[in-house]
Design a protein around this ligand. Structure first.
Ligand SMILES: NC(=O)C1=CN([C@@H]2O[C@H](COP(=O)(O)OP(=O)(O)OC[C@H]3O[C@@H](n4cnc5c(N)ncnc54)[C@H](O)[C@@H]3O)[C@@H](O)[C@H]2O)[C@@H](O)CC1
Ligand SMILES: Nc1ncnc2c1ncn2[C@@H]1O[C@H](COP(=O)(O)OP(=O)(O)O)[C@@H](O)[C@H]1O
Ligand SMILES: [K+]
Length: 511
């Protein structure tokens, strides 16, 4: 069965679907949306007796609110609808929803009322959806501030008013939902940047749209189904040579730990051998708390590696630049992070070498590194994270993860993925080095690059989520602890995948 529940559609694509369906849909999409929202509302508040406040805006989002109000009132709920726009200027569908609500005996107040003595059971934002065209100011900003101040659950219809549905950027005053019922499909702005902070829990209501109406989708939410085929049990007759040789190049003076963290993450994810090449000339020759790592001087990494990561603690001195240039020439999968990205951002020879590579390249910038690569500032990257990730992937012919809240993975052929695991406790030093190690570890074990990146990004966040559930974080979570938890989550995935009859154990060693 064609499933689109995890597909992510930008506003333009949602509009295309609506254009195909609105003329003929019976019941209308707005009727379906309002009904689905009413059902979500009832699930949310159960039998809490207080009234439900629905604030309706001047467009079709307001129309959804009128349908929802009619449905809830007909189900015996007390509903208060606030609507201040001119009814005759509503778009046709919304005007019908408004008339139907009044015809069913509904009433409207033209300003947001004070909360009743027992408070609201639920406040609903049906002010603006994907039609938001400018920052919210004036009367509606006042309404949103008042709604945000209510101690009740706060539900947004389609998109929290004020949030840009494509970018997750708040435009002026923005509704802060505890729950968002979104229609037709997920939108990128709900999942990245400030989106998750403003949306709360998301319910996707697909409105029973038939498969042929779906326009081709390029965006997906990251989930294990995307890489489960590679979660294979090891054959019993195996040895370490089968599980890859990973190299980490970095660890300049004062930043040795970054390279060790990456190396440890690769090791704990099952890589056969891990070599760490350190630039610090006085760096250690053994990591006493992880003696399995083979520490070398930076120029003395083995010739034969299955995958190489360059960047954790690399520095930007000429020596680092020379090592990076040589690494770009190696015909192995490469992960580039941190200072490797900063160097590439300002050096056209390195950029050409990167674009010319035949073996896969994976770039893991955080927003500041992405900004250096694009020649803009961090705010401009964050203002449209999806565009920034796709642009870096296109320019460098590489896979990219733009890290942060709702990490975005972009491919050079313009597909993209958004990750939902992880939490703010991960904003701590060394966390990115761990991600680099997870990616290079899977690459060294012969995972295809795209699956390796998707799995590592999802795993990294899932590991931090597991720790937070156990009280280890969000505050005070350390990068080292995440490595340990990632091993646990990954082994859990392997066990789960073995129960999946579609995954068969390999008959022969992987290579
Ligand atoms: N067209 C349809 O049949 C369907 C529409 N749906 C709903 O309709 C929404 C989109 O409807 P619209 O395209 O009418 O757009 P919206 O209802 O999101 O907003 C558009 C209206 O708000 C005004 N506006 C935009 N930004 C403003 C601002 N900052 N301050 C003041 N006014 C502002 C516009 O001038 C316009 O009048 C979706 O998000 C969804 O909720 C759903 O019911 C699904 C079906
Ligand atoms: N608020 C957040 N929600 C989810 N993940 C986050 C959040 N903040 C940081 N992370 C993740 O933590 C990691 C931090 O990486 P990075 O900024 O490179 O750290 P460092 O350079 O210190 O190692 C990234 O994978 C990022 O996606
Ligand atoms: K809304």
């Amino acid at each position: 069965m064609f499933s689109t529940a995890q597909s992510i559609y930008p506003v333009r694509a949602i509009r295309e679907i609506e254009d195909q369906l609105i003329p003929s849909a019976k019941p209308s999409l707005m009727e379906r949306a309002g009904r689905a929202a009413a059902e979500d509302a009832v699930r949310l508040i159960l039998d809490r007796p207080a009234a439900i406040l629905i604030a309706c805006g001047p467009g079709n989002n307001g129309g959804d609110g009128f349908v929802m109000a009619r449905q809830l009132a007909q189900a015996g709920r007390e509903v208060v609808v606030a609507f201040a726009a001119a009814p005759e200027r509503l778009p046709a569908e919304a005007a019908k929803a408004h008339a139907d609500y009044l015809a069913a005996g509904g009433t409207i107040v033209s300003d947001l009322p004070a909360a009743p003595a027992n408070g609201w059971a639920l406040v609903v934002d049906a002010l603006f959806g994907i039609g938001l065209a400018r920052p919210v100011e004036g009367r509606y900003a006042g309404w949103i501030n008042a709604l945000n101040a209510q101690p009740a659950p706060r539900m947004a219809l389609d998109v929290p008013s004020g949030l840009d549905a494509d970018t997750g950027q708040p435009l002026g005053t923005t509704f802060r939902a505890t729950h968002t019922t979104t229609f037709i499909a997920l939108k990128p702005g709900l999942l990245t940047n400030d989106g998750p902070d403003y949306c709360g829990e998301i319910s996707v209501q697909r409105l029973d749209i038939e498969a042929p109406a779906w326009v081709p989708v390029r965006g997906q939410a990251i989930r294990p189904a995307l890489f489960r085929a590679h979660l294979r049990p090891r054959p019993r007759n195996t040895h370490k040579g089968i599980h890859g040789d990973a190299g980490i190049l970095g660890g300049n003076t004062g930043m040795v730990g970054a390279a060790l963290l990456a190396g440890r993450a690769a090791l704990w994810l099952g890589t056969g051998r891990v070599y760490v090449g350190l630039l610090d000339e006085y760096g250690p020759s053994v990591d006493c708390s992880q003696p399995e790592l083979m520490l070398r001087r930076a120029h003395a990494l083995p010739e034969r590696l299955s995958a190489l990561a360059v960047g954790p603690g690399l520095g930007t001195q000429p020596a680092a630049e020379g090592l990076l240039a040589a690494a770009l020439g190696r015909p192995v999968p490469l992960v580039l992070d941190a200072d490797a990205l900063n160097l590439i951002g300002t050096d056209s020879a390195l950029q050409s070498a990167l674009a010319a590579r035949e073996a896969p390249s994976v770039l893991t910038p955080h927003p500041a590194e992405a900004a250096r690569m694009l020649g803009c500032d961090t705010a401009c990257v964050q203002a449209d994270r999806l565009h920034a990730a796709l642009e870096i992937a296109r320019r460098h012919r590489a896979l990219v993860v733009l890290k942060g809240c709702g990490s975005i993975v972009a491919t050079p052929d313009e597909r993209w993925f958004i990750n939902g695991t992880g939490h703010p406790g991960m904003a701590t030093a060394g966390m990115g080095d761990v991600l680099t190690g997870l990616v290079v570890g899977l690459l060294a074990q012969s995972w295809p690059a795209e699956s390796a990146l998707l799995a590592a990004v999802h795993l990294h966040g899932a590991a931090a989520d597991r720790l937070a559930r156990e009280g280890i974080g969000p505050v005070g979570l350390t990068a080292s602890e995440t490595i340990d938890a990632a091993r646990g989550v990954f082994n859990g995935w392997l066990i789960e995948a073995q129960r999946d009859p579609r995954i068969t154990p390999p008959q022969r060693p992987i290579r």
